[in-house]
Every structure is written in structure tokens, then in C-alpha cells.
Design a protein. Structure first.
Length: 310
């Protein structure tokens, strides 16, 4: 299992516009969301006077097309002005744009440089991004131990993705000595915040009795939480547990529903295997039960913190 790379760079750029953060700058005037053009002009006036928060906000406006046409090049220009003043949110977004090659040529080394500046200021998203860069050796020499160091900094701030990645690292001995108990500890922190990947991984450890006493009932509960969010592997595991009555009462209708959902959201060999297992369960059901299970699958919608995960 590789270090999870669920940090979606584009999402970092979708962060809410910031106003008045403490950075040694005077606060920008409140923006009137009902008049975007007026908000842009006020923000531009403050940005041209050197206010880093306003420069960042103007970059956000150009990035999202709020009151101005979308222009990633112009967005990057204003992010850079704020970043040069040490404004961490701008450093994060500038590093992100270098990473994905938006508004400038893709440059992993520059991405690492700007993310490090923000990470050194304690920005958790930048710490995760820098950890990802070290984990995958992009713009820097691959260094799992350094990746773990940055993930830990973000995890200690309560970031669930960093906590998940630490769990994966301890689970598999990536950059740290393998330690299932530590994996359980970090997975649980992320799972308690609703992270479906952590819920699934923690369920696997409970099912295998690694780092915790084996407990199929607890495993099934965790799989259910992840399955409810749309995590396909959890849906498949839950379907198997209902088929054989492991950790849950045997229930062919529930088994069929979850296997059907997992199959419909898979492809290739995985889809074939899941469809085959679903059909095997159907062979033990009445036509009415099959129809009901199919209805449940059709009407199912993901719920929870991160719907819907693969």
C-alpha cells in the first residue's frame, strides 16, 4: 500500500477568500459579495498599495473568476506578490500552481520551494503537500523519512489526511519501523474525523488482529462507515461479511446490495469478481429478495464526511 496521495491540488486553490489574517498587514476592507466588480476594485486598490492579504485575495478572484475573467497567469502574479511578503496562503497556492503547471510551466522544484516556505510557517496543507513531494521524489530526492516528518507536523495539528498517511506509513513500514499499534492510533484519529480511507484501513487491522485484538464486529462497523461514504473496497468487504455472517448477522439481501454497489463502481477483473460473487449470493435468494436488494442499491446515496470515495 503506497502513501495515500489524496491531496487534490486543485482543491487547495478553491479555499475561501481570506481577509484580515494576521501577517503584519492592515486588514482589507470587507468585500461586498453582492457586487463582485466593486469588490475587485477595492481589493485591487489595497493590493496595489502592497497589502499581502489583498494581493492574495485578488489572486483568488482571478483564479476563480470572481468579478473578473478567470486568468491563472494573473492569479499567479498576485499570489507571487503576496508570497514574496511571506504570506503563507499565497505561498501554498503558488506552490500548488507550480506543481500542477497552472498559470506557469510545471516545475516540481519550485513547487517544493514555495510549499516549504509555507510549511515552515506551520501551514498544515503545505506540510502535507511537501510530504507528498518527498514521498514521490518530485523536485527533490525521494525521502520517505522526510515525508513522514512533514506529515507528522500536519497530523499533530489534527489534519486527517496527514494522520491517515502516518497510519499507512506505520502499517507498511514506509519511512518508519512497521508498528501496527501506531498504525491503529493514527488511523483512529483520522477515522474519528470521518476519513473513509482510514475507516477502511482500521477495519482491515481489526479484521486481521494487527495492533488490536481481532474483532470482526468492530471491523464491520468501520467498513460500514466507509461504505456509507462510497468507498468501494469497504462495500465489497461488507458484502462478503453479510454473505457469510462474519461480524454481522448473515443477510443475503444486504450482501447483494453492497456487492452490487461495489461491482457497479468497479471495472476490469475486480468488477467481474464482484459481479460473480453477487450472482452467487442471488442464487440463494428469492426473486422478491433480489428485487428488494436491487431497489436498495438503486436508491443508495453516499453519506458522510467524504462521499464518495473509491
Amino acid at each position: 500500500m503506497a502513501i495515500v496521495r489524496r491531496l487534490v491540488w486543485a482543491l487547495l486553490l478553491a479555499a475561501a477568500t481570506v481577509a484580515g489574517q494576521s501577517n503584519g498587514q492592515s486588514e482589507t476592507k470587507p468585500q461586498d459579495a453582492s457586487n463582485p466588480r466593486e469588490a475587485v476594485e477595492q481589493t485591487r486598490k489595497d493590493a496595489e498599495q502592497g497589502n499581502a492579504t489583498a494581493q492574495y485575495n485578488l489572486g483568488r478572484m482571478y483564479h476563480s473568476g470572481q468579478g473578473v475573467p478567470k486568468d491563472p497567469v494573473e492569479a499567479a502574479r498576485w499570489y507571487r506578490k503576496a508570497a514574496d511578503q511571506g504570506y503563507a496562503p499565497a505561498q501554498l497556492n503558488l506552490g500548488t500552481m507550480y506543481f500542477i503547471g497552472q498559470g506557469m510551466p510545471q516545475d516540481y522544484a519550485e513547487a517544493a520551494r514555495w510549499l516549504r516556505k509555507a510549511a515552515d510557517q506551520g501551514d498544515a496543507l503545505s506540510q502535507i503537500g511537501l510530504g507528498n513531494i518527498y514521498a514521490h521524489g518530485q523536485g527533490v530526492a525521494q525521502d520517505l523519512a522526510e515525508a513522514i516528518r512533514w506529515y507528522r507536523k500536519a497530523a499533530d495539528q489534527g489534519n486527517s489526511l496527514a494522520q491517515l498517511n502516518l497510519g499507512v506509513a506505520y502499517d507498511n513500514g514506509l519511512g518508519v519501523a512497521q508498528d501496527y499499534a501506531e498504525a491503529v492510533r493514527w488511523y483512529r484519529k483520522a477515522a474519528d474525523q470521518g476519513d473513509a480511507d482510514a475507516q477502511y484501513n482500521l477495519g482491515v487491522l481489526y479484521g486481521g488482529g494487527k495492533g488490536v485484538p481481532q474483532d470482526y464486529t468492530e471491523a464491520a462497523k468501520l467498513y460500514r462507515k466507509a461504505a456509507d461514504q462510497g468507498k468501494v473496497s469497504a462495500q465489497a468487504m461488507l458484502g462478503a461479511m453479510y454473505e457469510f455472517g462474519v461480524g454481522v448477522p448473515q443477510d443475503y439481501m444486504q450482501s447483494h446490495q453492497w456487492l452490487n454497489l461495489a461491482s457497479s463502481r468497479s471495472n476490469g477483473d475486480a468488477q467481474k469478481a464482484l459481479s460473480k460473487e453477487r450472482d452467487a449470493v442471488a442464487g440463494k435468494m428469492t426473486p422478491a429478495q433480489i428485487a428488494e436488494a436491487q431497489r436498495l442499491a438503486r436508491e443508495w446515496r453516499p453519506i458522510g464526511a467524504g462521499a464518495s470515495k473509491q
